[in-house]
Design a protein around this ligand. Structure first.
Ligand code: ASP
Length: 346
């Protein structure tokens, strides 16, 4: 029986664990043990905080599905031994990783909190310390019944806790790097940490074991429409060998050029068995292919509406669904469903 609250702190890389090379001034990763030296305040929690560092650590631009599998495996291996998990990760692809883990880990009963920073933890004005300390506090928080407050895969950044698969990295400059435009924050850290319990997902059974999924199929291409896009370009992209699905990043509420060449090209793609998912380029709002005729024509040729899902979550969900289901009918069915809180069902 464990008496102390226990947290596994995993360092994968990113700015939070960097320091400046005194000669070249480049940012380079440093030994993870120094992270705890940099934040001695963590000892005051009285929790058992164990650390694990990826070796080598990576800039999150190098994240791939093998990395997600390693991370999932690490959590699976240690799932029963900790009350919560805090993952230090570069901000650039954090929303993709948090989305991927929300699908791969399945129904979780413990918090998995991703965080990082815009300034390295060793710098005076770093945002990394607060992000790290509050993430650990959130990962350790329990309700009166002794259940974790947030049994979800989340991102904590600059006093806000978000559902991971609802986030997008929104600024490369400011401390509040992430936004969850289509879903409320799950918690806000002020003097107290206020949990928005009506928006948090809870498991049906708190005792269910972890059943992670490792089979992913990354045969997915993103095509972003833009004024001036030419037929040859679209045809070349749609005919990329080895893809099973296309995320079509459209304008506004799901609109795309109405020209026959465009519609014909997408229709042919659907007819030859590709899944085409319509996701808006807008930061907020949702795809509604019933509003404008340009959207309607996409719907009529079999394009699937992605509702208010982010591109990051759509990528991760497609990898997950394509890995699970060889039949496109199943993939299409689940794309419209809210599986892990990633979209609002229409
Ligand atoms: N390039 C870094 C990364 O994503 C940026 C960061 O950590 O914020 O790994």
């Amino acid at each position: 029986m464990r008496d102390k609250t226990s947290i596994l702190l995993v360092y994968t890389g990113g700015t939070i664990g960097m320091k400046q090379d005194p000669v070249s001034f480049d940012l380079r990763p440093f030994d993870f043990s120094q992270i705890l030296d940099e934040v001695p305040e963590l000892k005051k929690f009285g929790y058992r905080i164990d650390t694990y560092s990826f070796d080598p650590v990576i800039d999150s631009s190098d994240v791939d599905i093998e990395f997600w599998k390693r991370l999932t495996h690490l959590i699976e291996e240690h799932y029963d031994n900790y009350d919560g998990f805090v993952i230090l990760h570069g901000t650039d692809t954090m929303s993709f990783s948090a989305s991927a883990l929300s699908f791969m880990l399945g129904d979780i009963t413990k918090p998995v909190i991703f965080t990082g920073s815009q300034l390295p933890i060793g710098m005076l004005r770093t945002d990394g310390k607060e992000n790290l300390i509050s993430s650990i506090e959130i990962a350790a928080s329990k309700d009166e019944a002794g259940h974790p407050m947030v049994p979800e895969v989340c991102i904590y950044f600059e006093s806000q806790l978000y559902r991971g698969n609802r986030t997008t990295k929104y600024t490369a400059e400011n401390f509040r790097a992430f936004r969850s435009a289509n879903y409320p924050v799950l918690a806000e850290a002020g003097i107290h940490i206020k949990f928005n319990t009506s928006f948090i997902r809870y498991p049906e059974d708190w005792n269910q074991p972890l059943k992670p999924v490792y089979r992913l199929d990354p045969s997915v291409l993103i095509i972003k429409v833009f004024p001036g896009m030419r037929q040859q370009m679209l045809e070349a992209l749609v005919n990329t060998p080895g893809i099973r699905a296309i995320i079509l990043e459209t304008y506004g509420s799901g609109n795309a050029p109405s020209g026959k060449w465009f519609t014909d090209c997408i229709r042919e793609a659907v007819e030859k068995g590709l899944i085409v998912l319509n996701i808006t380029q807008c930061q907020a709002g949702r795809v509604d292919m019933d509003t404008y005729s340009t959207g309607k024509s996409l719907k009529n040729i079999g394009v699937i509406g992605g509702s208010d899902c982010t591109t990051e979550a759509a990528v991760a969900k497609l990898f997950f669904l394509l890995g699970q289901y060889p039949d496109n009918k199943d993939v299409t069915y689940f794309l419209k469903k809210n599986i892990k809180g990633e979209l609002t069902e229409m």
